[in-house]
Design a protein around this ligand. Structure first.
Ligand code: GDP
Ligand code: MG
Length: 175
């Protein structure tokens, strides 16, 4: 079994965009086992000769790009953060490395702080990735995420592809 790398974070920060960039058409498995939800996508990939399985959490249930605060298919608005926190907890239990993705355009939100509080308690490696840093100003702004207490953010733009190599270096170094 390959090491598991889970991408967690609130909806709309760009988890699926990064995942799709890494996995592309190699995405083969959608977990549909009894007792598991269908909202985690698994895909095998590699970087610098290291194989690992990337997990995109919180995907199908909310739909790609569901705006923050909007109700997903599950019905109640409260489900949304419960879901994000449950996925983060699952990642702590299951994954070998956790990528916590935040949004450099929106800055720190209270939801980010809640997830960070949970992730600070694990001894597993947590890599903080500040996505949507599409230009120099956003890349500078992203230093604010340092205050989440999870170390220096890796500043990336999943759309442009900038910084993603650095993030992947961090991931495989932590495996
Ligand atoms: P998820 O809910 O965390 O999986 O987020 P998605 O991957 O669905 O992305 C949410 C929205 O953010 C989509 O409209 C993406 O196109 C956009 N997005 C993702 N990455 C970036 C980025 O690096 N820069 C910008 N400007 N937008 C991004
Ligand atoms: Mg998604």
């Amino acid at each position: 079994m390959k090491p598991l790398v889970a991408i967690v974070g609130r909806p709309n920060v760009g988890k699926s965009t990064f995942f799709n960039r890494m996995i592309g058409e190699r995405l083969a498995i959608v977990e549909d086992l009894p007792g598991t939800t269908r909202d985690r996508l698994y895909g095998d990939t590699d970087w610098n000769g290291r194989d690992f399985t990337l997990i995109d959490t919180g995907g199908l249930e909310l739909g790609t790009g569901t705006p923050v605060g909007q109700v997903g298919l599950t019905g109640q608005p409260g489900d949304l953060m419960d879901h994000v926190m449950a996925q983060a907890q699952l990642a702590i239990e299951e994954a070998d490395v956790i990528v916590f993705m935040v949004d450099a355009r929106s800055g720190i939100t209270s939801a980010d702080e809640d997830v960070a509080t949970l992730l600070r308690r694990t001894k597993k490696p947590v890599i903080l990735a500040a996505n949507k840093a599409d230009n120099a100003a956003r890349r500078l702004d992203a230093v604010e995420f340092y205050s989440l207490g999870l170390g220096e953010p890796i500043v990336i733009s999943s759309i442009q592809g900038s910084g993603t190599g650095d993030l992947l270096d961090e991931i495989v170094n932590a495996l």
